[in-house]
Design a binder for this molecule. Sequence first.
Ligand code: BJW
Length: 233
Amino acid sequence: MKNKVCVLTGAGISAESGIKTFRDADGLWEGHDVQEVATPEGWARNQELVLKFYNERRRQLKEVKPNEGHHQLLRLEESLDTVIITQNVDDLHERAGSKQVIHLHGELTKVRSVKTPSSVYHWEDDLQTGDVCKDGGQLRPHIVWFGEAVPELERAIDHIVDAHHILIIGTSMQVYPAASLTAYAPDYAKIWYVDPNPQINYELSRQSDRLRILKGPATTKVKEAVDFILTAS
Ligand code: BJW
């Protein structure tokens, strides 16, 4: 049976494609306070602002392309059972050709009804107040905001529990529950962490015996990590 690799990605893998990371901008995303644009309370206070914020990001998505970091992951998929668990809401992994991608925090190109969360639709254009679902509910971005449950978490854990390698790329490992996923890895799993500024959270600090850090940007260091994993498998 093929060895299994779970790749846990964050904003850093898309940084060199031109999409800003979250915490590098001092708590402001594209000039906005996180509390105003990425919480259910912000949505209740100012729906227009939230729609505008995500419309701008959806438009930006059409102008960016996957980079070498995304592309290198295809080499893993050629010979290993590979699952990408991303916190990113962009679609750059899919556009690079990755087949198994779990989006923990939702997707920019999807919207859902505020009345029926399971009514999810593909959406590429701007979303406006008055764009409603068949059930009459206003459509909202299909994004997991702070304080909301992470519905894909169980599926991600199911993959992590029998992974031989966990490859973490470009995440500050600060946002939970995503940041605790490595704790579900079996003892035999090796953990690789690519980031110019890696942050060792509580879970990783307890796994330091099998953690290897590759400090640097995704466009150069993901290739090194993939080489190591392929050699070790
Ligand atoms: C490079 C690079 C290059 C740069 N190459 N790398 C206190 C303790 C613990 C938890 C909590 C707490 N208080 C509140 C919570 C819970 C909260 C949380 O974790 N908050 C923390 C801030 C403390 N979590 C939640 O609310 C989650 N839900 C939840 O817990 O639900 C409970 C529940 C259960 C049942 C019912 C109801 C509720 C939900 C979290 C949702 C997160 N959503 C966001 C926004 C949506 C997406 C969007 O609008 O875009 O997701 S937040 C934001 O952070 C986004 C990201 O996916 C996520 C992670 O960020 P990421 O990817 O790590 O980015 P950065 O910017 O932090 O790091 C970038 C990294 O890249 C850096 O390390 C750079 O060095 C690196 N880098 N250039 C490689 N070239």
